[in-house]
Design a protein around this ligand. Structure first.
Ligand code: ATP
Length: 292
């Protein structure tokens, strides 16, 4: 398990990362979200040892992390680190060799990753000649090239088309099935689809963290009521509920006193009803609540 404890980084007089603590558990995909400038990249760089913390620690299985351990992490930095004028296949083999793989294994691994990303026929092209999305795929392949014990990926999905996102998602689920995997993203719909756990950073601090499901449960609970053609505005007069939105025969409300089990009966007593449903709070809503 990868763990940050009270990680802090000060630049000048600015506390960019402020006492950030979290765990990235093996076998769970952890999303790292926060507005621009919240401190995600800075935190990930400290996790990887690319940047020294002002204070705080990074540990692996309860022990201070070592250079050797970090070498076994797959890391995709924000500043992508590939060689633009080198052939795609050659550079993947090169990175694999840097990680100590034999020429044979490096070639095999490269071929398999290129195939997964649909890039087999681009192996002999220069990186620069690929579209940005394809360059991104090669970058991901580079992060996955060696035998991994953890993955730390900074914005791995940015610039990928939906198909590439899907194949990347599959690959991560396979490759990281037993590993701690942390990735940052601004695409909340994707984070919602992919993540087991979530860390929300705001102005350098963790403002929410935990299992995505639990965070949703903690959020304000809402219900959608759809009447059979009738205007739903009358629900505003119903005791024990607070209506936040009415659109024709549909109302969105939260319960301020009425027990959930009584909601349907209370509405049915006055109207014909098509639907009463609990609304799962989207991640974007949780994000807005904890960062505002
Ligand atoms: N080397 C540095 N020197 C001074 N300030 C820095 C340095 N690196 C980062 N910062 C500042 O730290 C803050 C956090 O930046 P960081 O890149 O970690 O945020 P982020 O959450 O990754 O943002 P984004 O989502 O835009 O990538 C920003 O205000 C940034 O300007």
């Amino acid at each position: 398990m990868l763990e940050a404890t009270s990680l802090t980084r000060v630049f000048g007089d600015k506390r960019v990362v402020d006492a950030v603590s979290f765990r990235v558990e093996p076998g769970r995909i952890t999303g790292f979200v926060g507005a621009n400038g919240a401190g995600k990249t800075t935190t990930m760089r400290m996790l990887m040892g690319v940047l020294a913390p002002t204070s705080g620690t990074v540990s692996w299985d309860g022990e201070p992390i070592t250079v050797e351990r970090r070498r076994t992490f797959g890391y995709m930095p924000e500043e992508r680190g590939l060689y633009p004028r080198m052939k795609v296949g050659e550079q993947l083999v090169y990175f694999a060799r840097l990680h100590g793989m034999s020429t044979y294994d490096a070639g095999k691994r490269t071929a398999s990753l290129l195939e997964h990303f649909g890039l087999t026929d681009r192996a002999d092209d220069l990186l620069d000649d690929l579209s940005l999305g394809n360059q991104q795929r090669v970058q991901i392949a580079a992060a996955l090239i060696h035998r991994l014990t953890a993955l730390v990926l900074d914005e791995p999905f940015s610039g990928l088309d939906p198909l590439a996102v899907d194949s990347m998602t599959d690959l991560l689920r396979n490759e990281a099935a037993d590993l701690p995997l942390l990735f940052s993203s601004h695409q909340l719909d994707l984070v919602e689809r992919l993540c087991d756990d979530l860390i929300v950073l705001s102005a350098g601090r963790v403002v929410a963290s935990g299992a995505v499901e639990e965070l949703r449960e903690r959020g304000s609970e809402q219900y959608r009521v759809v009447l059979d053609g009738e205007d739903a505005a009358w629900l505003r007069d119903l005791d024990g509920v607070e209506v936040s939105d009415v659109d024709g025969s549909t109302a969105l409300l939260s319960l301020t006193g009425l027990p959930p089990a009584d909601l349907t009966a209370a509405v049915v007593a006055k109207s014909r009803v098509l639907e009463v449903a609990r609304v799962r709070q989207p991640l974007s809503e949780i994000f807005r609540e904890v960062t505002s």
